[in-house]
Design a protein around this ligand. Structure first.
Ligand SMILES: Nc1ncnc2c1ncn2[C@@H]1O[C@H](COP(=O)(O)OP(=O)(O)OP(=O)(O)O)[C@@H](O)[C@H]1O
Ligand SMILES: [Mg+2]
Length: 272
């Protein structure tokens, strides 16, 4: 479990550019769940996950991961983080060596490393033939997968994804989400997903933390969130299209998927 308590963070303290990025943030992440962190641009999402991953030092409050304080170096093995646009950090000559880079630093045997590379490629839906190809010859969506595979190969217990589909076309985005969430969830990894896409949150998250201007506005299930228009408005977030259609039809029930919305609509307006 990850436990975040009363975390506040200010950039460039005591300068004219001082910026309070997080204020009194507290929430827990339970093992096995997909917890989404949602919020408008600048709401503090990336700052928060970098603190949780131990990449930005705490200024106040605490983060505890499986009973270890986040400052303990051992948490580096527990938490994997995929940054926004992670493909910008690819640099090795082949897909295989890029994915193997992290596990090599862990001092694993060659056999273990190659098993991990193969498994990670499967998890992100990359065909094994691409192993020897240069990542720079791949499409944007495939490069993104290589970058994510590099983190999965570390076998983190907690995986943090910062806007994993930002900038991808709709088809690449859809495939990436379906494949990685299908495969990763089966492996029992706990996921923190940063996203401002409510459709993705509806489909993949068990719970969601909504940030606005560095503060928590809401913690609960996506279904609870979508019934609270005022919170969505204050956070500058759009409810999913299925919810918007139900509202237009004056139906107060909530749907998370198109199939669910269809059932609800047919109940209220049966086919003639
Ligand atoms: N290195 C930095 N120095 C100064 N201010 C920063 C720095 N990084 C972020 N900030 C400020 O802190 C606030 C929170 O930024 P953060 O990047 O955490 O937001 P975000 O929710 O991830 O936004 P986005 O959706 O655009 O990625 C913003 O006002 C931002 O301008
Ligand atoms: Mg960000």
């Amino acid at each position: 479990m990850i436990s975040v308590k009363d975390v506040s963070y200010t950039y460039m303290t005591s300068t004219p550019f001082e910026k309070l990025a997080l204020k009194n943030i507290s929430f827990d992440v339970t093992d096995g769940e997909v917890l989404a962190i949602a919020g408008h641009t600048g709401s503090g999402k990336s700052t928060l996950i970098q603190i949780v991953a131990g990449l930005i030092d705490l200024q106040s409050g605490s983060v505890v991961i499986d009973d270890l304080p986040v400052a303990d170096k051992k948490i580096r093995r527990l938490v994997g983080i995929v940054f926004q646009y992670p493909e910008h950090q690819l640099f090795e000559e082949t897909v295989e060596s890029d994915i193997a880079f992290g596990p090599k630093n862990f001092g694993l045997s060659d056999a273990e490393i190659s098993a991990r590379v193969e498994e990670a490629m499967r998890q992100v839906g990359l065909p094994a033939e691409l192993k020897k190809v240069s990542p720079f010859e791949l499409s944007g969506g495939q490069r993104r997968r290589v970058a994510i595979a590099g983190i999965l190969a570390l076998k983190p217990k907690y995986l943090i994804l910062d806007e994993p589909t930002a900038g991808l076309d709709p088809l690449a985005k859809e495939n990436l989400l379906k494949e990685i969430f299908g495969a990763i969830k089966k492996s029992g990894v706990t996921i923190i997903l940063v996203s401002h896409n409510m459709e993705d949150i509806a489909r993949f998250a068990n719970r969601v933390v909504v940030l606005a201007q560095g503060k928590i506005l809401f913690v609960g299930t996506p279904r609870e969130l979508f019934s609270q228009n005022e919170i969505l408005n204050r956070a500058g977030l759009e409810p999913p299209a299925v919810t918007q259609i139900l509202r237009k039809l004056n139906i107060t029930e909530n749907a998370l998927t198109i199939d669910e919305a269809e059932k609800i609509i047919l109940k209220h307006c049966p086919r003639k």
